[in-house]
Design a protein around this ligand. Structure first.
Ligand code: ADP
Length: 449
């Protein structure tokens, strides 16, 4: 039995997790960096402990300090949220060695999936299609060129340890290949401390579609259908929806089945997401697996009616999944918009400042997961995500209308934000018709700005 959870995170996701703790009768322990002392997660938790100064390295990434607080506060489990330490296998291991429950998968699964090249190899063995590509690239320039020609240009050079949209390089011409590989390697070494890179075929107009899964400690794995995440800027998601307006029921069946196989191949426990790229002919390819809760998890909660955080906690307590696959149903349509403190007019530069006024939308079918309030000071130290707006309706058309209405009601002053930019997305014909791929933002740049 878990009685007290330390939430090793901040912002909207810390608030989100604390909410499920309270509803479950579980005490919560917040940690906060110096500028976060008046943050919402501090107010909502049962206890709050200072973790260090503003820089993440000295606060939300400080493993020793977090473990010390867990011990002193008498917490019996740690929830890492997303970002920060959530995909750090070493952290998961240390939490367990300290005699605490880590609310997430085994360190082995985190390690394997965190290494994109290893994950690809494993998927091939497990019968999950991957994007055509190479193994680890060497400095042999002729060999690299031969590999690229076999795959076919354009190709993507990717860092095996990459993440968060970083560590990717598009190569269109053979003469650019080897200089790009060299640059990708040095970038990867700088950013991730590992210079392993590989090559992948560049899919021309792909969709990013991912499958939510849950696995328990008794060998059961189920999926909760897909999320369409193709509205992206610089490989970062902005709007997500479920169901995907693109794939057919037949492809949905195959894809969710392969997602479960992918998770099974690492004996996955907890909540995870298997990401796929889907080409214009609806062929799907494994992209990567995220071994944590995703930012966009609420749309799945809305259409399937489950609380994914509560499910994570129950799984971590050793309980078996309460549903069989055929008992998991979805209904209606859900959309999420990510509200960022950024200035679309100044190249989406993250903004800081004091929130002078905030009115969040309410009404039928609307949910907001946020953490800012009037008088709250947004700093530049952390992710600029300030809120997620989630709507649900019986069908997609109504959901789009509801999102437009909710965005119209959403008012934040004092800090620059992307609400109007999101409104323009909702009014773009390609989005309204559900006909878009990962190039949607770039393609509609003129009318969106
Ligand atoms: P990260 O781990 O950094 O998020 P991913 O591998 O998940 O990186 O890719 C992020 C996004 O980059 C995808 O959603 C897609 O838009 C684009 N992308 C990645 N690989 C390819 C590819 N082979 N072809 C075309 N687009 C790609």
């Amino acid at each position: 039995m878990i009685r007290k959870i330390l939430v090793a995170n901040r912002g909207e996701i810390a608030v989100r997790i604390i909410r499920s703790c309270r509803e479950s009768g579980i005490k919560s322990v917040a940690i906060y960096s110096q500028p976060d002392r008046t943050s919402m997660h501090v107010r909502y938790a049962d206890e709050a402990w200072p973790v260090g100064p503003a820089p993440s390295g000295q606060s939300y990434l400080n493993i020793a300090k977090i473990l010390e607080i867990a011990k002193e506060s008498g917490a019996d489990a740690i929830h890492p949220g997303y970002g920060f330490l959530s995909e750090n296998a070493d952290f998961a291991q240390q939490v367990r060695e300290a005699g605490l429950i880590f609310i997430g998968p085994e360190a082995d699964a985190i390690n394997t999936m965190g290494d994109k090249m290893r994950a690809r190899e494993l998927m091939i063995k497990a019968g999950v299609p991957v994007v055509p590509g190479s193994g680890k690239l060497t400095d042999d320039e002729n060999e690299n060129l031969k590999t690229a020609n076999e795959i076919g240009f354009p190709v993507m050079i990717k860092a095996s340890a990459g993440g968060g949209g970083k560590g990717m390089r598009l190569v269109e011409k053979p003469e650019e290949l080897n200089s790009s590989i060299r640059r990708a390697k040095s970038e990867a070494l700088n950013a991730f401390g590992d210079d392993s890179v590989y090559m992948e075929k560049y899919l021309k107009s792909p969709h990013h579609i991912e499958v939510q899964i849950l696995g328990d400690e008794h060998g059961n794995i189920v999926h909760f259908f897909e999320r369409e995440c193709s509205v992206q800027r610089r490989h970062q998601k902005i709007v997500e929806e479920t169901p995907s307006p693109f794939i057919s029921e037949e492809v949905r069946k195959k894809m969710t089945d392969r997602a479960v196989a992918a998770a099974a191949s690492v004996n996955y426990t907890g909540a995870g997401t298997v990401e796929f790229l889907v080409d214009a002919d609806m062929n799907f390819y494994f992209l990567e697996m995220n071994t944590r809760l995703q930012v966009e998890h609420p749309i799945t909660e809305r259409t399937t009616g489950i609380d994914l955080v509560k499910a994570q906690i129950k799984i971590a307590s050793g309980e078996p999944l309460p549903w069989k696959q055929e008992e998991i149903r979805k209904s209606g349509h859900a959309i999420e918009c990510r509200i960022y403190a950024e200035d679309p007019e100044r190249n989406f530069m993250p903004g800081a400042g004091t929130v002078l006024h905030i009115t969040e939308p309410l009404g039928l079918g609307v949910r907001t997961d946020g953490y800012i309030y009037e008088g709250y000071e947004i700093t530049v130290y952390y992710d600029p995500l300030i809120s997620k707006l989630i709507v649900w309706a019986q069908n997609r058309e109504e959901a789009v209308q509801r999102m437009k209405r909710a965005l119209y009601e959403y008012k934040i002053t004092g800090v620059k934000n992307n609400i109007q930019f999101l409104e323009r997305i909702m009014n773009t014909p390609d989005f309204v018709e559900g006909k878009y791929d990962t190039h949607f933002i770039a393609k509609n740049e003129k009318s969106l700005m």
